[in-house]
Design a protein around this ligand. Structure first.
Ligand SMILES: [Zn+2]
Length: 108
């Protein structure tokens, strides 16, 4: 009986070591740091949802005309927006694409 337990423990230890080797822990930079916002947000370019700290958040004052020109829906519920449109992107590439070509894809 003891041998069975020992064998199981050895197998477990070997498996643990194997997975530790195969899948090393994600680098520190990938892990959420203290103060990072982990709330999921949707990319304004491709519609992919991503934790806020992983992507690019862009806050700048934008006129309503510009928002409608970009084809973005202006919600009347956000009365506290005061002309500030918050944009979120997966990465800088999507941010650049969004501002470069004015094509807005809701679900791509
Ligand atoms: Zn994106």
């Amino acid at each position: 009986m003891l041998a069975v337990i020992i064998v199981i423990l050895i197998i477990w230890a070997v498996m643990w070591a194997f997975y530790k080797f195969m899948y090393p822990r994600a680098p520190k930079s990938m892990m959420p740091k203290k103060g990072d916002v982990t709330t999921p947000r949707q990319c304004d370019f491709c519609g992919n949802s991503l934790a806020e700290y992983r992507g690019v958040l862009e806050t700048k004052p934008v006129s309503v005309e510009e928002i409608s020109a970009a084809g973005l829906a202006v919600s009347d519920s956000g009365s506290d927006m005061k002309g500030h449109k918050e944009l979120f992107f997966c990465n800088y590439e999507h941010q650049a694409d969004f501002h470069g070509g004015k094509t807005y894809q809701a679900d791509a």
